[in-house]
Design a protein around this ligand. Structure first.
Ligand code: S3P
Length: 171
């Protein structure tokens, strides 16, 4: 059985929506950042500062490979960069039905201003710089994100639509 996988930039609501979907499908919810933090005993900020982004991307890839062995399907919220490194997008499409939550950098920046200190790629940036950073990341990442099984605009990013599409896809 395939997992239900949510993909998108920071602030796109993967975890918030993922928890609701998991609840309604009676699946376990997994946030890749959270699992890595628990396993390593360090925050994402600490991991970036102490060991660098390259090491973090290796941890993400290892975690993803381990999910291949998982028997029961889960709802997985991936870190924003995860699909774009180490051929992870190919792996995600193998193990899951993938949904890209497509949102504009301006809206994401608004949502992220409060929680940005927890995110190494955004902390210490002004609002304008956050918009610029997200726009750049989107240009770099969009080709990966768009390999998702479903690319959803804001109006389609809801529990009902996603569960329906998922249940149809796994039939
Ligand atoms: C990152 C996104 C973060 C986290 C890390 C790097 C990225 O996850 O993995 O800060 O490269 O976009 P969220 O998308 O859950 O914020």
């Amino acid at each position: 059985m395939k997992h239900l996988v949510l993909i998108g930039l920071m602030g796109s609501g993967k975890s918030t929506l993922g928890k609701k979907i998991a609840n309604s499908l009676d699946y376990v919810f997994m946030d890749t950042d959270q699992i890595i933090e628990q396993k390593e005993g360090k925050s994402i900020n600490q991991l970036f500062e102490e060991k660098g982004e390259f090491h973090f991307r290796t941890l993400e890839h290892q975690l993803l490979k381990s999910l291949k062995e998982e028997q029961s399907p889960m709802v997985i919220a991936t870190g924003g960069g995860l699909p774009c490194f180490n051929d992870n997008m190919i792996l995600l499409n193998e193990i899951g039905v993938t949904f890209y939550l497509d949102l504009k950098p301006g809206l994401l920046a608004q949502r992220l201003m409060q929680g940005k200190q927890k995110r190494p790629l955004l902390k210490d940036l002004s609002h304008e710089e956050v918009v610029l950073k997200l726009s750049t990341l989107l240009i770099e990442r969009e080709d990966y994100y768009k390999k998702s099984n479903f690319c959803l605009p804001l109006e389609a990013q809801n529990l009902k639509q996603i569960t329906e599409l998922y249940l149809k896809a796994i039939q």
